[in-house]
Design a protein around this ligand. Structure first.
Ligand SMILES: [Zn+2]
Length: 583
């Protein structure tokens, strides 16, 4: 098969190949010839179809050019492996992008005044769904059903907290979802706040708060799904992301609906990025002693044509909630809520049982744990499940599974870092969180404990696999913003290490075996930046003065965002925008 080559030369190529992010000698720098966390450096790269054909010097790579090759002079720009986001929620991001946000309202009253307008263009029976973050409002209190009923009495309204760990509904939405004073609480998962008479106030807290209401909503139609998937892909590509994991499939609407949405979008080429899907374990196995289907079973529900393109290796599980909503599980009480320390979503024995059954079915388990008590409970469960799996299940012919991961892993006491050093488990962290909510974390935890949030340099020194991710749409999620936030949060890590956490390590935890590194035979996933990011001092990054933007993004050899030297995307980048005319 003939395939015309794309040659990019005259720049800096940071391959991440052979990178050594945790090597003490290279962390101290100034060792010429020793690869640092950015890996091997080159000046040119050749792409053939969807793979990298070669990386090397300008002379080596230009010698490969054929008559029909596209040759682009980078003029000093830099090429990195495309960013990999191993924990995001693209379908959720695509759907909320079309919905209003009340986050920018100064207070609750202003938010309620804005709400009726959100229903203006909707069908008469459609639900109003908007996002909110009461911690950003002056009065700082959650809205209640009464607030929502006064603003919009005649159609169902659900406000989803940006963290995903709380929601508020008006009376009509509560009625449609079957939620009454008699509805039992599920501690950690879905707890109804109640007034003095026991009536629900409309506020639901816990990891399943949204799900308690979403099951009553009509499923989005094919047109809405198509827009959501295109918007999600366009936003990711614009931020230089070429591979993404949906880290809780089935949590927005239903597992079947979301599998179909991704399967269809990948088959039609409207989601042109690498993709890992991580089903929510509670959707595969509702009770702790249910055996989940295997990864192959879930893969079998996708269209045959896309199975080779999608990675299905991890399930998502939640051990606790969020600091912003005081639902993360702490060893000792919140600084701003005496006597309250959050609580686990699953009892310890049930957590072990869920992990063990998932692992036996061939799944790596990726568990959300934010508070110090939540993280310890997850590590305990992984150790206990591993021990049980090693003895009983391996003998019974269980399939090997991907490494269990800790999602967020925010509050890490020294003893926990030491435990991770002894038995490494990947930490999938979200560096932008500390920039987004650092002031709230300080109030929730007090100064001493807040100082133990996300100790990146300690984790790297302990050789813990540290991957960066976004959790978008909880935050905006651009990897460049994440690097700025990481370097502002912890002066002990280097720019190259932050880049490594967004590429090579992120790819390995996402199961993206051919992504994350630029080398012959790897996926042609790359991002072009205006200059070598490692040549910009970390202090400039931390101060937001790096001046970098994403110039162009290639996913699988295809330009999916931006333009460079005559190469430009063929498709409009966001649906609805006019197609750019080719010159
Ligand atoms: Zn998440």
């Amino acid at each position: 098969m003939s395939r015309s080559l794309i040659i990019l030369h005259g720049g800096t190529v940071l391959t991440m190949d052979g990178a050594r992010p945790t090597d003490a000698a290279t962390r101290a720098a100034d060792r010429p010839g020793v690869p640092d966390a950015a890996g091997r450096r080159a000046s040119a790269i050749c792409i053939a179809g969807d793979i990298v054909l070669a990386v090397g010097t300008d002379a080596e790579i230009l010698a490969l050019a054929e008559a029909d090759s596209t040759v682009v002079d980078l003029a000093g720009r830099a090429i990195l492996p495309g960013f990999v986001d191993p924990h995001a929620h693209p379908y959720w991001e695509g759907t909320v992008a079309t919905r209003p946000s009340l986050e920018d309202a100064p207070d609750l009253r202003a938010a309620m005044r804005a709400l009726p307008g959100a229903g203006e263009h909707l069908e008469p029976d459609a639900w109003i769904v908007a996002r909110y973050n009461q911690a950003r409002w002056l009065d700082g209190r959650h809205p209640t059903r009464d607030d929502l009923d006064r603003a919009v009495p005649d159609r169902p309204v659900v406000l989803a907290h940006v963290s995903g760990h709380a929601a508020v509904a008006n009376s009509l939405a509560l009625a449609l979802a079957g939620i009454t004073a008699a509805t039992p609480d599920r501690p950690g998962a879905a707890v109804l706040l109640r007034d003095s008479t026991g009536e629900p106030t409309g506020v639901i807290e816990g990891t399943e708060a949204w799900a308690a209401l979403a099951h009553a909503m009509p499923l989005p139609g094919p047109g809405e799904v198509d827009v959501a998937m295109r918007v999600a892909a366009a936003r990711l590509a614009a931020d230089g992301v070429t591979w993404v994991a949906d880290a809780d499939l089935g949590s927005v609407m239903t597992l079947e609906h979301e599998l179909a949405a991704y399967g269809d979008a990948v088959a039609r080429g409207t989601f042109p990025l690498g993709l890992s899907l991580m089903p929510g374990l509670v959707h595969l196995a509702p009770r702790p002693d249910d055996d989940p289907p295997t990864p192959a079973d879930v893969m079998g529900r996708l269209p045959a044509a896309v199975r080779a393109a999608i990675v299905v290796r991890h399930v998502k599980l939640k051990a606790d909630g969020a600091l912003t909503t005081r639902t993360a599980w702490l060893m000792s009480p919140y600084a701003d809520a005496p006597g309250h320390a959050g609580r686990p979503v699953h009892e310890p024995a049930a957590l072990v049982e869920r992990v063990r059954r998932a692992a036996r079915a061939g799944w790596g388990v990726a568990t959300h744990a934010i508070g110090d008590a939540g993280v310890v409970a997850v590590l305990d469960a992984y150790d206990a499940a591993d021990a049980a799996t090693d003895t009983a299940d391996t003998a019974a012919g269980a399939v090997p599974h991907a490494a269990h991961r800790v999602e967020h892993g925010m509050l890490l006491e020294p003893a926990v870092v030491a435990r991770l050093a002894a038995r490494p488990r990947p930490i999938v962290a979200q560096p932008e969180f500390t920039a987004w909510a650092g002031d709230i974390y300080l109030r929730r935890l007090g100064e001493a404990r807040a100082g133990r949030l996300l100790p990146y340099a300690e984790l790297l020194a302990a050789r813990v696999p540290l991957a960066f991710s976004s959790d978008r749409p909880v935050v905006a999620g651009a990897p460049l913003a994440g690097i700025r936030a990481a370097l502002a949060h912890d002066a002990g890590i280097s720019v190259a290490e932050a880049l490594h956490a967004w590429t090579a390590t992120a790819a390995s935890v996402a199961g993206a075996d051919r992504a994350g590194v630029l080398a012959a035979g790897r996926r042609a996933d790359l991002v072009i930046l205006p200059a070598d990011p490692t040549a910009i001092p970390a202090t400039a990054w931390a101060g937001g003065a790096d001046g970098l933007v994403v110039v162009a993004t290639f996913a699988g050899g295809r330009l999916v965002h931006g333009a460079i030297d005559g190469l430009r995307t063929a498709e409009p980048e966001e649906p609805g925008r006019p197609r750019r005319r080719r010159r």
